[in-house]
Design a protein around this ligand. Structure first.
Ligand SMILES: *[C@@H]1O[C@H](CO)[C@@H](O)[C@H](O)[C@H]1NC(C)=O
Length: 253
């Protein structure tokens, strides 16, 4: 009966095999250690990147580089070269060695790619005339933005608008910027809003159009069926009634 014991300590891996029953135990030792330890890197967008990784010891081992969460082999060499990196190259990379009769040893490093802020959000957002409206954008990427600015036409935004900022933990540390419109008026629907974030690498912008949703004054029946206005995908909440309302999203006027 064979059993195996693996020890992991400071990057040195030991395996002990008990090849026979304990009475005549024979211990074999396998060692795998990192001769060149890969380092996490922070680089600027479009630069070339090289990660180094070298496992040493006995018996011989085969080495692969892959991106974490993706099994595609990027390199079988000690070095992993990435040319002109983009935002999509950022993430975790794994240098993995297969050591015969031992198993797999691996070391993980991260690549951070600095560039202009990445601004995202819903390109069409909704508000109701006369109520408080909100336009939201998310700003992500490294380095963090120095500034997030909302623009509408070429004017400075009046006191009717205020901006709130908060961190969003579910979005990898992105910043949520919310433009709050006090008392939405018709003209708010006429021109798009720009959410622009800036850091040392330049600006990132997103243009958001605000569309109007209506308010229904429903007649007082027990059950009311109504239909969606121009945008059947956007269901309206019944603002002026507590009666049950059935919405038929596929119909429109
Ligand atoms: C909003 O952004 C678009 C695209 O970047 C640009 O063409 C437009 O001039 C900007 N508008 C304002 C008001 O800054």
């Amino acid at each position: 009966m064979n059993s195996r014991l693996s020890l992991w300590s400071l990057g040195i891996h030991l395996a002990l095999w008990y090849c026979h029953l304990p009475a005549e135990a024979q211990v074999k030792k396998v060692r795998a250690s990192l001769l060149v330890e890969p380092r996490s890197l922070v680089v600027d967008i479009h630069s070339d990147v090289t990660f180094n990784c070298k496992w040493t010891g006995y018996p011989p081992r085969s080495l692969t580089w892959a991106k974490k969460g993706n099994n595609m082999v990027l390199s079988n060499k000690n070095q992993l070269h990435l040319k002109s990196v983009s935002r999509l190259d950022a993430g975790q990379y794994v240098c993995k060695a297969i050591v015969q009769r031992f198993g797999v040893v691996e070391k993980e490093v991260s690549l951070t790619v600095n560039g202009p802020p990445i601004v995202s959000g819903d390109p069409i957002q909704y508000a109701v005339t006369g109520e408080t409206g909100e336009v939201k954008c998310y700003v992500a990427g490294t380095p963090p933005p120095d500034k997030i600015v909302w623009k509408w036409r070429d004017d400075a935004l009046s006191e009717r608008y205020t901006v709130e900022q908060s961190k969003v933990h579910s979005q990898g540390g992105a910043v949520l910027s919310t433009l709050i419109i006090n008392n939405v008026v018709e003209s708010d629907f006429e021109s798009p809003f720009n959410c622009t974030a800036r850091n040392a690498f330049g600006p990132g912008t997103m243009t958001i159009t605000l569309e109007e949703t209506g308010t229904y004054h429903l007649p007082h029946h027990d059950y009311i069926s109504t239909i969606c206005p121009t945008r059947p995908t956007h269901l309206l909440r019944p603002y002026t009634t507590h009666l049950p309302v059935h919405l038929y999203p596929t119909l429109h006027l």
